[in-house]
Design a protein around this ligand. Structure first.
Ligand SMILES: Cc1ncc(COP(=O)(O)O)c(C=O)c1O
Length: 350
């Protein structure tokens, strides 16, 4: 605390990102990054931008990338909004598309940045408990609200909500914006992007940090009705006109131009997820069904905190949340075959 801080800053409760340790040779399974690198075409595209052109500002509208993403999803460019990681996109959504004085709804167990944005922008919120089996019940979102947001698949549970149920939530909230945060959708779920032309209240956010292996580049986007996108542009242009630099714009575009690489990485993660799930089951874990690039698992008699600590002593880092309902769980990012072998061997020792 300092006398120079504004009262708002005094009261902020910031998000705590997963650790990015500096030690070498760690098996790092704590922040849901992709174990495979980005497409070589992405690296080439970024290198091609390393020239005198860097003295110029990038395209504030990211037009070329928006066209690429729009055409990939059979949409129009005016239905696409770009941001510096989907976290920035989400921040603008909270500010620009949710009612601030009516409670917005999100699950009790979900991405922990949502309550942080509520605190930052002074938005009222109400948590909606997941069921006993950690699923979203669409009926629970039939209540007055200032907007709805949930990840699909949910984080940190990995559980996926079928599109028919997403539609139920959209239909019960025609006067409110419903945001589906699809950070992990490419690992086996079906995207709600196919529904944006049908529902003017639907906004879908995605990221290039996960399935496209570009967490270090910071690119995310949202798609929806042009009126929703216009609101986001108004917020963005009141905050930072150039959220994506020249390297990010070029690299992200190239990522969409290498479908084969993208598919290979997703398939690799999915098949390893199934193998890790089976191995954890044999070791006495209950593993929630996951359609993400991580699994959420609890052991029948070993506490999550003890296991996370024991793995850490072996140089294997997973995420443990000391929170109600989930303190017995570990969230384990799916790694390479070798990393997953190390995880399984580490748990066997414990
Ligand atoms: C559910 C969810 N949404 C959004 C994000 C943010 O992703 P990024 O800012 O890297 O695009 C994450 C990151 O882990 C996430 O888990």
């Amino acid at each position: 605390m300092s006398k120079f801080w504004s009262p708002l800053v005094n009261d902020l409760v910031p998000y705590v990102p997963g650790e990015q340790p500096k030690m070498a040779n760690l098996v790092k399974l704590n922040t849901n990054e992709n174990p495979f690198g980005p497409s070589p075409r992405v690296v080439d595209a970024i290198k091609a931008e390393l020239n005198d052109g860097l003295r110029l500002y990038p395209d504030p509208e990211g037009e070329s990338l928006r066209e690429t993403i729009a055409s990939y999803h059979s949409l129009k460019p005016e239905q696409v909004f770009l941001g510096n990681g989907s976290d920035e996109v989400l921040a603008h959504i909270f500010f620009g598309l949710f009612q601030h004085d009516e409670p917005i709804l999100f699950p009790d167990i979900t991405y922990s940045f949502y309550p942080v944005y509520c605190g930052l922008y002074n938005i009222q919120s109400k948590v909606v408990p997941l069921t006993e089996s950690f699923e979203i019940n669409p009926d629970d979102f039939k209540q007055p609200n200032g907007g709805v947001i949930f990840p699909n698949p949910n984080a940190p549970t990995g559980r996926y909500l079928e599109l028919a149920h997403v539609e139920e939530i959209l239909n019960s909230n025609p006067d409110r914006v419903v945001v589906v945060d699809e950070a992990y959708i490419d690992f086996g779920g079906e995207s709600a992007i196919t529904l944006v032309d049908k529902y003017p209240n639907l906004l879908v956010s995605q990221t290039l940090s996960k399935a496209r292996s570009l967490a270090g580049l910071r690119v995310g986007f949202a798609v929806g009705h042009p009126d929703l996108i216009e609101a986001l542009n108004r917020v963005k242009n009141s905050f930072n006109s150039y959220p994506l630099d020249r390297l990010a714009l070029a690299g992200a575009k190239a990522a969409y131009e290498d479908e084969a690489w993208f598919r290979k990485c997703c398939d690799g993660v999915i098949s390893e997820r199934e193998r890790v799930t089976a191995a954890l089951g044999e070791l006495g874990f209950e593993v929630l069904p996951s359609k993400a690039n991580f699994v959420f698992a609890r052991h029948k008699d070993q506490p999550g905190e003890v296991l996370a600590k024991g793995l850490r002593e072996q140089g294997i880092i997973v995420r443990h949340f000391n929170k109600p309902r989930i303190s017995e769980f570990l969230r384990i990012t799916i790694g390479t075959v070798e990393q997953n072998d190390a995880l399984i061997a580490g748990l066997e020792t414990l």
